[in-house]
Design a protein around this ligand. Structure first.
Ligand code: NAP
Ligand code: ZN
Length: 365
């Protein structure tokens, strides 16, 4: 057993602070990774503040982070896919049962026994899993992705969540040439959705509440930008979309967007507001429209997305921060004040001398 440096929150109202955490010695199937960069996802904020308590209550201390890029330092004797020195990635998943229908279909994210990168029961050490706001992670080789060496690692880290979460539904719903695709919210997920839908050849329309993001949306690959608070601009697109991807993190009026779908059009939620959204039956009945959701993506599809991004030179637009700026970054994220993802440089952990230490095998639940 090893100890790693990390940043954790002790309660929903505590700031993140320096801590040491246990990391297991690699088993024969494990890969040990020195974390170089970890993206800051809005889900980290929801979880740290226990905003999803109805669906998945947070266990404290929480070490967030599921957009991890790093270098392999050690591998177990049975590992055939990675070796020391490789640039690798870890997303939201670190284990699953690999026996159920979802796992067999490559949809590990829907496995009933999935282990999330942070906050899930830790089968090896007890307690819960600790995420990527840390200098080291140890992960089963099946859940370790190959990172294209051509991509900047700081900008590539957000691909592990924001990238796959938008790639998967865009592919599933056939975003491509001849399709009119909307993206609601130009944040971490939204800006990746724009880059990917543009690369797939779709006609991309961004819906934003931030007038100041208009030029950026066009630069990122949008063909049109709609300021969603402007009813006239919204009206022009009534009944015209094949697909809309909703990445908004807060409660909003989804009916305003359902009404923009054409007959048989589909709107997929990836944003996960803490409170329920109200849906008018008429928004769906009129036009046989569909409303669905999507969660990250399976491991094979995540590798496919990384390879696609490698071939097309696609990364997130990031602001690199030291871990010591993470609490300020959370506040800025809540004000949509980041273009368009924070990426934490984990070398900044080296100067920390944590006084707190997380217990091993702490009780879960
Ligand atoms: P983010 O960077 O904060 O982006 C969210 C964007 O939503 C903001 O930039 C803003 O865009 C818009 N927005 C925020 N508040 C709004 C409001 N009150 N009304 C309308 N629009 C608003 O967050 P993110 O990291 O992209 O994550 C987005 C959501 O997806 C979060 O809820 C996160 O937990 C969830 N998520 C889900 C999955 C999954 O697997 N389904 C994976 C990762 C994240 P504009 O300024 O352009 O309006
Ligand atoms: Zn995420």
């Amino acid at each position: 057993m090893n100890r790693a440096k990390a940043f954790s929150a002790a309660s929903p109202t505590s700031p993140l602070a320096s801590i040491t955490i246990p990391r297991r010695d690699p088993t024969e199937r494990d890969v040990e990774i020195e974390v170089l960069f970890c993206g800051l996802c809005h889900s980290d904020v929801h979880m740290v503040r226990n905003e999803w308590s109805d669906a998945m209550a947070t266990v404290y201390p929480i070490v967030p982070g599921h957009e991890i890029v790093g270098r392999v330092t050690r591998v177990g004797s049975g590992v055939g896919t990675h070796e020391p020195g490789d640039l690798v990635g870890v997303g939201c998943l670190v284990d699953s049962d690999r026996a159920c229908d979802a796992c067999k279909a490559g949809l590990e994210q829907f496995c009933a026994n999935v282990t999330l990168t942070y906050g899930s029961p830790d089968k090896h050490l007890g307690g819960v899993t600790y995420g990527g706001y840390s200098d080291c992670v140890v992960v089963d080789e099946h859940f370790v992705l190959r990172m294209p060496e051509t991509l900047d690692p700081a900008g590539a880290a957000p691909l592990l969540c924001a990238g796959i979460t938008t790639y998967s539904p865009l592919r599933h719903w056939g975003a491509g040439p001849g399709k009119k695709v909307g993206v609601i919210g130009l944040g971490g997920l939204g800006h990746m959705a724009v880059k990917l839908a543009d690369a797939f050849g779709a006609h991309v329309v961004v819906f934003t509440t931030s007038v100041g993001k208009k030029d950026d949306a066009l630069r990122l690959g949008a063909d049109e930008v709609v300021v969603s608070r402007n009813a006239n601009e919204m009206q022009k697109h009534l009944g015209s979309f094949d697909f809309i991807l909703d990445t908004v993190s807060a409660v909003h009026d989804v009916n305003a967007y359902l009404n923009l779908l054409r007959v048989d059009g589909a709107l997929t939620l990836v944003g996960a507001p803490p409170k329920p959204l109200a849906v008018s039956a008429f928004s769906l009945i009129m036009g046989r429209r569909s409303l669905s959701g999507s969660s990250i993506g399976g491991i094979a599809e995540t590798q496919e997305m990384l390879d696609f991004c490698g071939e097309h030179g696609i990364t997130a637009d990031v602001e690199i921060i030291p871990i010591q700026a993470v609490n300020d970054a959370y506040e800025r994220l809540l004000k949509s004040d980041v273009k368009y993802r924070f990426s934490i440089d984990m070398a900044s952990l080296r100067t920390e001398q944590p006084e707190q230490s997380a217990a091993i095998g702490a009780k879960v639940g």
